[in-house]
Design a protein. Sequence first.
Length: 209
Amino acid sequence: MRQRISAAILVVIGSTMVGCNWIQLGFLLQEHKRTVPAEFTKLQGQRVLVFVWAEPETLFDYPHVRWELSSFVGDKLRAEVSGVTVVDPVKVEDHMQKTLGADADPEHMGKQFEADMVVYLELTEFQIRDPEVPDLVQARIGASVAVYDLTADRDEARYHELAPVHVAEPEGRARIMPRANMLLIRQEAYLKFAESVARKFYSWEEIIE
């Protein structure tokens, strides 16, 4: 009788230990996340102008890069930041073309389009492929990020400098790819860049490895 009771106790203990192991394993397999707060929280409900500045050399090789990047960033802001209205980037680019960039001052541009906020992105790096090795492809986009708050009172700050962004696609090293893939690589880089910029204006969850 005592042997049966002892055996039953061992079974219960063994089951409990196995259950604990499964619980521990389940905990280890869970994705651990942390909430990353927004760097700037006043974009909600505002009329926003996304203004991209690029060097003349960059515009010579990629003449549409300003409105392409501003379009991707604007779309992401509309999707993620509550109540945001984004000025049409095509109209902004048309204005820039007509004035030959004379109105390149972010505050002036914001007032021109009756914006409340200007998200100013100054490109510090833009490359899709290595000029010396055309088939070696890696899109790299870097930019400083600032916000001009045109609604600020006289005693409030109007200029807010945020952390710069830099993305690469594919990550790691450049790869040899057919030229037909360059458009896809460029699009993926634009999406990464737009997400990196937009995340500065809303909280999001980051997976901790």
